[in-house]
Design a protein around this ligand. Structure first.
Ligand code: PLP
Length: 430
């Protein structure tokens, strides 16, 4: 139970409050989800006690036979999920997965080319405040001002002039599919690796609902806790076991298979002991993804996102790129005269959680922003269907249209609680 058995009621009481918060709120944070109970249970298990530096069958510690078994199962299931030839399930997070790939193939000072953070990219794609911008020389492509779509011409032109060692595609706040083939084409022309960071849409890619990066990109990284609905963590994959096209060497000067270089970049490159209890939970979630239920879930995410986009546009909300192909939308609130910060803070009071987000070419600071990002993976897990999206948008709109009216916001918070009662969350926990 979530009350624990050790007597530290202080902490377990706080966890209990978080459970209640999750139960009665409308969760629209695009990067969040609710794992199954078995995924959560697997995270609280005896494997947290085990050191297992190395990989299944080649560890630096004794007693690894069972963690070997669970890690191999996670690897095999993940390969099946994406039909890929290489998988590493050890990265503790998405950021560490990206750090490991970069460590494997780049030298400090090498050039990388990624989507600008303020246009929807991620910190680890070259931001100056992140290791990726401090260790490597980062260049950026943008999205087009009018269409909100990735500016592929600019990407190609920058690739040709800067000749980066790596092109990074994927994003945290981009609602459209990617043209991986086009990116690979220019990468081949200039001798760059391509890394696709599919942290956000991975679940939809797994079920063939968006284009697959695997046949075009050398490396694919992801988190496991967003659309994939697993425990918090990272993964690294390769579609084919690419045979080190640029003859990269390990620290001893030997040319190695790309898979060896990636494994070495995770451990010992950026991490020590793997979190085998989390890897056990990853194995469970990958098993769930292979099920028909998850296929239906992924399709429902896309249907809900479409329905929500339609309901928002009908209320004159300005969606960047006009709509969505995946699970999220980025809304520019300037026509409503509301900042992202104010929207986030007020919606929070009504138990509708989302995040403020810069919109492309934003004139406000990243702490204020002109926009909000909304996503449907979590509410889809709660059981919502297309028809519920109108209610969610009505509640959100009521808060935003009465943003300085505390009484209305309070009323909506009650309406939200009442509405969410029909979507039970972890009833087994009492
Ligand atoms: N990559 C992308 C595209 C993301 O959106 C995120 C998380 O928001 C990450 C990487 C980082 O994942 P983590 O928070 O697990 O380090």
């Amino acid at each position: 139970s979530f009350r624990g058995t050790g007597g530290d009621t202080l902490v377990f009481d706080i966890i209990r409050k978080e459970l209640e918060r999750q139960r009665h709120g409308i969760e629209l944070i695009a990067s969040e989800n609710f794992t199954s109970l078995q995924v959560m249970q697997a995270m609280g298990n005896v494997m947290t006690n085990k050191y297992a530096e190395g990989y299944p069958g080649r560890r630096y510690y004794g007693g690894c036979e069972f963690v070997d078994e669970v890690e191999q199962l996670a690897i095999d299931r993940l390969k099946q999920v994406f039909n890929c030839e290489y998988a590493n399930v050890q990265p503790h997070s998405g950021a560490q997965a990206n750090a490991s790939v970069m460590l494997a193939v780049l030298k400090p000072g090498d050039k990388i080319l990624g989507l600008d953070l303020s246009m929807g990219g991620h910190l680890t794609h070259g931001s100056p405040v992140n290791f990726s911008g401090k260790l490597y020389e980062a260049h950026f492509y943008t999205v087009e001002k009018e269409s909100g779509l990735v500016n592929y011409e600019e990407l190609e032109q920058k690739a040709r002039t800067e000749k980066p060692k790596m092109i990074v595609c994927g994003a945290s706040a981009y609602s459209r599919d990617w043209d991986y083939a086009r990116i690979r084409k220019v990468a081949d022309e200039v001798g760059a690796f391509v890394m696709a960071d599919i942290a956000h849409p991975a679940g939809l890619i797994a079920k063939g609902l968006l284009s697959s990066p695997f046949e075009h990109c050398h490396f694919v990284t992801s988190t496991t806790h967003k659309t994939l609905r697993g425990p918090r963590g990272g993964i690294i994959m390769m579609g084919k076991d690419f045979e080190n096209p640029f003859g990269l060497k390990d620290p001893k000067g030997n040319v190695r298979m790309m898979s060896n270089l990636l494994d070495m970049a995770v451990f010992p490159g950026t991490q020590g002991g793997p979190l085998e209890h989390v890897i056990a939970a990853k194995a469970i979630s990958f098993g769930e993804i292979l099920s028909e239920d998850y296929t239906a879930y992924a399709k429902q995410i896309q249907a809900n996102a479409q329905a929500m986009a339609k309901a928002l546009v009908a209320k004159d909300y300005h969606l960047i790129s006009g709509g969505t192909d995946n699970h999220l939308m980025l809304i520019d609130l300037r026509n409503k005269n509301i900042t992202g910060k104010k929207a986030q803070e007020t919606l929070d009071k009504a138990h509708i959680t989302l995040n403020k987000n810069a919109v492309p070419y934003d004139d406000k600071s990243p702490f204020v922003t002109s926009g909000i990002r909304v996503g449907v993976p979590a509410i889809t897990t709660r059981g919502m269907k297309e028809g519920h999206m109108q209610t969610v948008v009505d509640l959100l709109d009521k808060v935003l249209m009465n943003i300085d009216d505390a009484a209305t916001v309070k009323n909506v918070s009650e309406e939200v609680k009442e509405f969410m009662r029909q979507f039970p969350l972890y009833p087994e926990l009492g």
